[in-house]
Design a protein around this ligand. Structure first.
Ligand SMILES: C[S@@+](CC[C@H](N)C(=O)[O-])C[C@H]1O[C@@H](n2cnc3c(N)ncnc32)[C@H](O)[C@@H]1O
Length: 365
């Protein structure tokens, strides 16, 4: 027992207590009559300790580990999902705290609502309510996605948000981890499951196609998520962007000239070619129309004044991620360059275009 306690980093008293309440009983005896943990006991102890670390009470844990329908692999999957959630929440709290520190350093007091939002889970729990104001289906891009879905009758929409881009003429199932986003799905929208791309709760080949629109860059493990899509569907269609320096970062004037902090957000992300390779797919460029109806980050490339509007920025995750100081600086500089004519001078060639290639890609596998 002492050795097990040492390995697991808990006290012998804790192990005795688990034994007494029947949670983890060492089932073997040593030659000298001491009780010893068999392999199955150790597996159970590992599950108990992991659920404990996640904050579950002992009674809840007993019900979880005694559930006959859940084997060791299912427990590992469940624990992994719970730990990823916890990591997300911790990440979101760090971002929120950084933002508040920056705001305080500039003498700005955050509102009581903003202070409480720190506890409100993930990014989309924070920005989700601002989303529907400017984020809607862009019909020309939707047509490309729907065409790429081919003859698929059943479609899984991963990272579905409020349901934009869900094809109206197929049987759609949505997956969306944010409760705020799920709650904003319109009445009559496709059924939505609370899950993450990295672990889709569906059997192999359950759908004709799986799609993901403007969401892969939010996933903790995009490659794992794409492989999951490949596992559950025979066709995969993803709308994403090439975050490389030449593909996107330096191609779009907003990130290039006003918000260099965006570079820090994309470091460590797998290049779009690797995403395509992971599922054996091809990449097609998607041009953004000058009057794009969906207010994503690059959408207003020919309407620069839009970025001065708070409502427009609040529905783009980039601004939350770079923090209030960088946001304020970028907006102030853009405003100044728009009024001095410097923006127009630098970006004259854009004003003649009806659609721009800014690194957005359709990945089809
Ligand atoms: C920019 S929104 C896009 C929503 C929708 N696809 C659309 O185009 O309107 C990104 C969405 O990805 C979701 N998301 C974040 N992490 C995810 C993950 N690991 N798996 C699936 N979805 C995720 C967010 O909650 C958010 O709703």
């Amino acid at each position: 027992m002492g050795r097990v306690a040492e390995l697991a980093g808990v006290s012998v008293r804790t192990l005795h207590h688990y034994d007494e309440i029947g949670l983890v009983r060492p089932s073997e005896r040593t030659a000298s009559g001491y009780r010893a943990y068999a392999a199955g006991d150790v597996e159970r102890l590992r599950e108990v300790l992991a659920y404990r670390r996640l904050g579950f009470g002992l009674r809840e844990i007993a019900a979880l580990v005694d559930d006959p329908a859940t084997d060791a692999v299912a427990h590992l999957h469940r624990l992994r999902g719970l730990l990823l959630d916890q990591r997300d929440r911790a990440g979101a709290m760090v971002t929120a705290i950084d933002n508040e520190l920056e705001a305080r350093a500039m003498g700005i007091r955050t509102s009581p609502e903003d202070q409480l939002k720190v506890f409100g889970a993930q990014l989309y729990e924070t920005i989700g309510s601002a989303y529907p104001a400017t984020r809607r289906t862009e019909p020309r891009i939707a047509a490309r996605v729907w065409e790429a879905l081919g003859d698929a009758r059943t479609v899984l929409n991963v990272g579905a948000g409020t349901g934009n881009y869900e094809p109206p003429d197929r049987e759609v199932t949505a997956v969306e981890p944010s409760a705020v986003m799920r709650a904003q799905r319109p009445a009559g929208a496709a059924p939505c499951v609370a899950a993450r791309a990295e672990r889709l709760p569906f059997a192999d080949q359950s759908f004709d196609a799986a799609m993901a629109f403007s969401t892969v860059h939010h996933w903790h493990d995009p490659i794992a998520g794409l492989r999951e899509m490949r596992r559950v569907a025979r066709r995969v269609v993803v709308f994403t962007h090439d975050a490389s320096a030449t593909g996107w970062l330096h191609r779009f004037w907003l990130s290039r000239d006003y918000l260099p902090e965006v570079a820090g957000l994309v470091t460590g992300r797998p290049p779009v070619e690797r995403l395509a390779d992971a599922v054996g797919g091809r990449l097609e460029p998607v041009l953004i129309p000058w009057d794009c109806a969906d207010g994503f980050f690059e959408a207003y490339w020919r309407r620069p004044e839009a970025y001065l509007e708070e409502e427009v920025r609040r529905a783009m995750s980039v601004w939350i991620r770079v923090g209030p100081q960088a946001e304020q600086r970028a907006v102030d500089r853009l405003r100044a360059d728009l009024s001095s004519g410097r923006w127009a001078e630098r970006n004259r060639e854009l004003l003649a275009l009806d659609a721009a290639e800014l690194g957005l890609r359709l990945l089809v596998a």
